[in-house]
Ligand binder design. Structure first.
Ligand code: NI
Length: 191
């Protein structure tokens, strides 16, 4: 396996709509190796997720995993999930404000409104269909990763740019209140 180079904001690959992946292409040893590398790169960078176009490959594949993450210690756990050609469907008009960061936007965080409940349809890494619901903080993570595949970064969705902050200032001034909010969201939506 290999660590892949992560593209940063300003690189055009982050702004392209990534293309759908065919079954034969998905099942090829080369693409399976790429998915292993995507997961290894996500884990190495302590990301909660990583989309293929963030590592310069504009195909509709993303990895999501939250396991006691030092970047996001308050996030509910999500087992490793690979989404191929994902389609998200909001199940409610309810939204919540999620404090997001991104490996492609170094040292910046901001508040992003996200749908509180989603239906997720996709293929897994072997081409088997996935169909499940996700809610709360975890739903924010799924929306963030799938946005990448459409060339959208979290900064595009920040409604109040005064919420933007560095990671150090997040820890100093915003973290405590947001962690309290996360507890309320987890109590309400179960994740
Ligand atoms: Ni991101």
């Amino acid at each position: 396996m290999a660590l892949l180079k992560i593209a940063h904001i300003g690189h055009p690959v982050l702004r392209e709509r990534a293309r759908e992946v065919g079954l034969e292409e998905l099942r090829s040893p080369e693409m399976q190796r790429f998915i292993d590398d995507l997961v290894e790169t996500m884990r190495d960078a302590s990301g909660a997720g990583l989309a293929a176009n963030q590592v310069h490959r504009p195909v509709r594949i993303c990895a999501i995993e939250v396991e006691s993450n030092p970047r996001y210690p308050y996030k509910p756990r999500i087992p490793l999930t690979i989404l191929v050609n994902p389609v998200l469907e909001p199940l409610t008009d309810e939204t919540f404000d999620n404090f997001e960061g991104c490996l492609s936007v170094p040292n910046l965080r901001g508040l992003v409104p996200r749908h509180a409940r989603l239906r997720v349809r996709a293929l897994d890494r072997h081409g088997a269909p996935l169909d499940f619901e996700v809610a709360g903080i975890s739903a924010g993570t799924f929306q963030h990763e799938c946005d990448h595949l459409d060339g959208i970064l979290f900064v595009d969705r920040v409604r109040d740019t005064r919420s933007l902050c560095t990671w150090a200032e997040f820890d100093r001034f915003h973290r405590e209140r947001f962690v309290e909010r996360v507890r309320e969201i987890v109590a309400r939506y179960g994740s």
